[in-house]
Write a protein that binds this ligand. Structure first.
Ligand code: UDP
Length: 476
């Protein structure tokens, strides 16, 4: 009987830790509820971030396997091609090898669904050819999904640049969004990156279902509309918040013992963690302001510093590590003056262990979605400082939810030292900071509940898993 053969899910994932980590967590959770499932990751690559990814992939449990698709060639691309375009091209140039790999795996096992992330919707054509149900896993918020589903309509009715829109966009159930806060590719509609985004967004409605790493407590309004609102929207399953655990991180042998040891010696809830994600970089001037601002705040801090970049806010997206020694860019005498009260580490830190450490009392962060979920799950209050991608959209939502304070950005987008000191003090020691702390604590409790056996996110996972399990497999 066909249903006795274990069902296999193939997940096609964008290179980049922010995508890889949540889909891995999803796969593990799927298998913890349905141990007969097998999962295989196919990863298109341009060769650039393989090392960091392999660290994570090599620590996977046995029933989850992975394969890098043959490396795509980018020799023809000019240097100024945007990160988003590169990502889309990595996918589109991998489609023929995806077809070969899928046929191969379908010949030897019962593949019941192809799951892609937002960048991978071009693979739907291959899935259709092979009669394979195709799903999307949104590694960002439900609001991001609502935005993508709306974008084709918005593109058709509004022809100017979005930043000049007279009214904010009101996505049903979401906080109003000004054009200036839209995801980066929407800031220049003539750029190739916008055309890609529009193309991919149009394809979201062709999915058989869309999974999103969020929950009904985190985004009640938006998810309600997505789930019950529009008959043209594919079924939406909120399965989050899925984040990595300390065990996952420990098994990757990333050495972060220095930070953790230092945290052990600090008072409870006293340390502000400062990090801008795997790809975020500041300008030289902003790095200096931040350093002095932290010093002026007189609060304890643990800061992951990357070398500054004056050209792009996502300069390290594909490598996750700084190119040069970042300590050389800090203001003179900073390290000596803050010794004892602050610890500065280079490029990368064990974030999940830091957020779950009792000494950590706040997080100045870039509003990446995974970091947001990790903060919610650990109840760490935030200062939201978005840099690139859809981070500004996330920030607008986090301010509105009152789980993040907003630093004061000047007309050039710079946060001055006095304002940094101010917002840090408020978070760690002020009344407003206390409110943010209480609010995120509430969400933390809700996050635990939705992932229990009877919780809404578990039920969504089960719904989609049963659909997959019962898929009538026709491939010969
Ligand atoms: N991360 C980490 N150490 C770092 C920076 C990032 O462990 O120094 C992890 C972080 O815990 C999160 C992921 O990398 O799981 C970053 O994802 P997110 O969506 O927050 O931001 P992105 O890096 O994609 O901008």
């Amino acid at each position: 009987e066909i249903h006795q053969i274990p069902p296999r899910i193939v997940i096609l994932v964008t290179p980049g830790m922010g995508h890889l980590i949540p889909v891995i967590e999803f796969a593990k959770r799927l298998i913890s509820f349905y141990p007969d499932f097998l999962v295989t990751f196919f990863i298109p690559t341009d060769g650039s971030s393989v090392k960091a990814q392999k660290k994570v992939l090599n620590s996977l449990p046995k029933f989850i396997t992975y394969m890098f698709l043959p490396q795509v060639n980018f020799d023809d691309l000019s240097d100024d091609v945007k990160a988003e375009t590169r990502m889309c091209l990595t996918f589109s140039r991998s489609l023929s090898s995806l077809r070969v790999a899928l046929k191969d795996i379908m010949g030897s096992s019962r593949v019941v669904a192809l799951v892609v992330d937002s960048f991978g919707t071009d693979a739907f054509d291959v899935a259709k050819e092979l009669d394979l149900p195709h799903y999307i896993f949104i590694t960002s918020s439900a609001m991001w999904l609502a935005f993508l589903l709306e974008l084709p309509k918005l593109d058709a009715i509004y022809s100017g640049e979005y930043k000049d829109m007279p009214e904010p966009l009101k996505l049903p159930g979401c906080v109003p969004l000004h054009g200036i806060d839209f995801v980066d590719p929407c800031q220049d509609r003539m750029n190739e990156a916008y055309k890609w985004l529009l193309h991919l967004s149009k394809r979201h409605s062709y999915a058989d279902g869309i999974l999103v790493n969020s929950s009904i407590d985190i985004e009640p309004g938006c998810l309600k509309v997505l789930q019950d609102g529009n008959p043209d929207t594919p079924p939406v399953y909120a399965v989050g918040p899925l984040i990595r655990t300390c065990d996952d991180a420990n098994s990757e042998e990333t050495d972060g013992s220095e930070c953790l040891k230092w945290l052990d010696g600090q008072p409870l809830g006293s340390v502000l963690f400062v990090s801008f994600g795997s790809g975020g970089t500041l300008s030289n001037e902003q790095l200096t302001e931040l350093a002095i601002g932290l010093e002026m705040s007189e609060q304890r801090f643990l800061w992951v510093v990357k070398s500054p970049s004056d050209t792009a806010a996502n300069a390290t997206y594909f490598s996750a590590h700084s190119v040069k020694d970042p300590f050389g860019f800090l203001p003179k005498g900073f390290l000596e003056r803050t010794k004892g009260i602050g610890l500065v580490v280079s490029s990368w830190a064990p974030q999940i262990q830091i957020l779950s450490h009792g000494s950590t009392g706040g997080f100045l962060m870039h509003c990446g979605w995974n970091s947001t979920l990790e903060s919610i799950v650990h109840g760490v209050p935030l200062i939201g400082w978005p840099l690139y991608a859809e981070q500004k959209m996330n920030a607008v939502m986090l301010y509105d939810m009152k789980i993040a304070l907003k630093p004061k950005f000047d007309v050039n987008g710079l946060v001055r030292r006095e304002d940094i000191a101010q917002v840090v003090k408020t978070l760690m020691d002020g009344e407003e900071g206390m409110k943010v702390r209480n609010k995120i604590e509430e969400l933390k409790c809700a996050a635990v509940a939705v992932l229990r056996e009877n919780g809404s996110s578990t039920k969504s996972l089960c719904k989609v898993a049963l659909k997959w399990k019962n898929h009538n497999y026709k491939y010969q």
